[in-house]
Design a protein around this ligand. Structure first.
Ligand SMILES: Cc1cc2nc3c(=O)[nH]c(=O)nc-3n(C[C@H](O)[C@H](O)[C@H](O)COP(=O)(O)OP(=O)(O)OC[C@H]3O[C@@H](n4cnc5c(N)ncnc54)[C@H](O)[C@@H]3O)c2cc1C
Length: 398
């Protein structure tokens, strides 16, 4: 087994580097407060920046966003490993681009949408300037999504939707919702749930902000009051939406911005080498060195899982357990990285990003708070452990 990238892959990586260096909007990487694994400090949630939309268009023009899609759907026919190389570099450079539509919606449509549905939605999404939000969680349904109560009732050419979603990241800056609703309440959820695309402009939708722990307007609560969704916006088959949801969640768990971990780690190590405490560089402190060494090992493990899942998909294997392992490993790492970052930065770590004295642009301070979201969003760590125990190890449910 060879764990190294081959020559072709290394050349491709260089090509990606060049593209990012010449196309990321000026100043974006420095301004970005994104913490690897986190959900709550993505600048694009604050507003739709035309420079970011332009960058997405450039990615589309270069074929990066669709590189691993089949050629018959307008993709580049490249491997998932190449796509992973691209995603790693994108996140390493703190470039905009973590995208619900491309990473979650499209792969699910490709798998379960009818030919007509694929033809309608994939070309539109391909251009990169449509935003989607995920309408899964409800006030009484998070870890247990079988408890969702939002209803979609057939009426002529439409479904009429009533209910409420919560923790809806980016709903306020999105064009469409990717939603699950109950279409048959008389059977268990896995037999009576459907998946829809809902236009945010439809009358009856009310979006209210929720401000998160880092002070960002990242998520929302969304109310549906007699909202009409055309039947043609039903994804796949009626009542099979729970299966699609599980697969979409796997895609979400795989969408880890892996390069961000290495980049943030390198920044902390550099700071430890360059900053003196009690007359000596922080990096000479034994306790700090040990923590940094532990982190280096864990980052390597996360990278291994990241590339392993891509390799599995290239070899027609579905990384269901691996998606949960990757999500678990990476998000626990997100918290640990923030904790070690705080230890290294000391009191200055508590300075927020708007302070001129905040080291590393205040990212560690934000990350320390935001990393809490990492271990909850897309299924809490306990849920990932349950999946690994039940589906991976065959242990009993209780
Ligand atoms: C920053 C952020 C962004 C989010 N964005 C979105 C979004 O865009 N769209 C969306 O639909 N949702 C979103 N969510 C919601 C997220 O998916 C849920 O918060 C998550 O699934 C947990 O559900 P809950 O909050 O209802 O907690 P609960 O389900 O009430 O769980 C509470 C605690 O109990 C534990 N627990 C629950 N069940 C079990 C069990 N069976 N075994 C062991 N422990 C258990 C959990 O680990 C958790 O710590 C987001 C969440 C966060 C933090």
């Amino acid at each position: 087994m060879d764990f190294k990238l081959d020559k072709k892959q290394l050349d491709f990586q260089k090509e990606v580097e060049h593209f990012l260096k010449t196309n990321v909007p000026p100043g974006y990487s420095e301004k970005s407060l994104y913490w690897p694994g986190g959900y709550g400090a993505i600048l694009e949630f604050e507003e739709r920046d035309p420079a970011v939309d332009r960058f997405r268009e450039r990615m589309y023009e270069e074929g990066w966003t669709t590189m691993a899609w089949p050629k018959e759907l307008g993709g580049g026919g490249r491997s998932m490993v190449e796509q992973a190389i691209f995603a790693e570099r994108l996140s390493y450079h703190r470039a905009p681009g973590s995208d619900t539509a491309m990473l979650i919606v499209v792969p699910t449509i490709m798998r379960y949408g009818s030919d007509e549905f694929k033809k309608e939605w994939i070309p539109k999404i391909m251009k990169g300037n449509l935003r989607f939000w995920l309408a899964y969680s409800e006030p009484n349904a998070g870890s247990d999504l079988s408890a969702i109560q939002t209803k979609a009732v057939e009426d002529g050419d439409d479904f009429i939707v009533n209910g409420q979603k919560i923790w809806s990241s980016g709903a306020h800056i999105s064009d469409y919702g990717w939603m699950v609703a109950r279409t048959d309440l008389n059977v268990p959820a896995h037999k009576g749930t459907s998946m829809f695309i809902v236009d945010n402009k439809t009358p009856g939708i009310t979006i209210r902000p929720l401000i998160n722990i880092v002070g960002f307007h990242s998520f929302n609560e969304v109310f549906f009051d007699n909202v009409r969704i055309p039947k043609k916006n039903l994804v796949g088959e009626k009542n099979l939406g729970f299966l699609y949801l599980m697969v979409a969640l796997d895609f979400e768990r795989l969408a880890i911005a892996i390069g961000g971990f290495r980049r943030q780690y390198e920044d902390i190590v550099k700071y430890a080498k360059e900053t003196k405490r009690d007359g000596k560089p922080i990096s000479e402190n034994y306790a700090v060195r040990k923590k940094l060494a532990d982190l280096a090992i864990e980052i390597e493990i996360a990278y291994m899982y990241f590339f392993k899942t891509a390799w599995m998909m290239d070899n027609n294997m579905h990384p269901n357990i691996e998606a949960s392992v990757l999500k678990l490993v990476a998000t626990q790492l997100s918290r640990k990285l923030a904790g070690v970052g705080m230890d290294v930065l000391g009191m200055r770590g508590q300075l927020n990003h708007d302070s001129p004295y905040a080291p590393l642009d205040g990212r560690v301070c934000i990350g320390y708070l935001d990393s809490i979201s990492a271990v909850i969003g897309a299924g809490a760590s306990e849920i990932q452990r349950n999946i690994i125990a039940q589906r991976g190890l065959g242990l009993p449910r209780k």
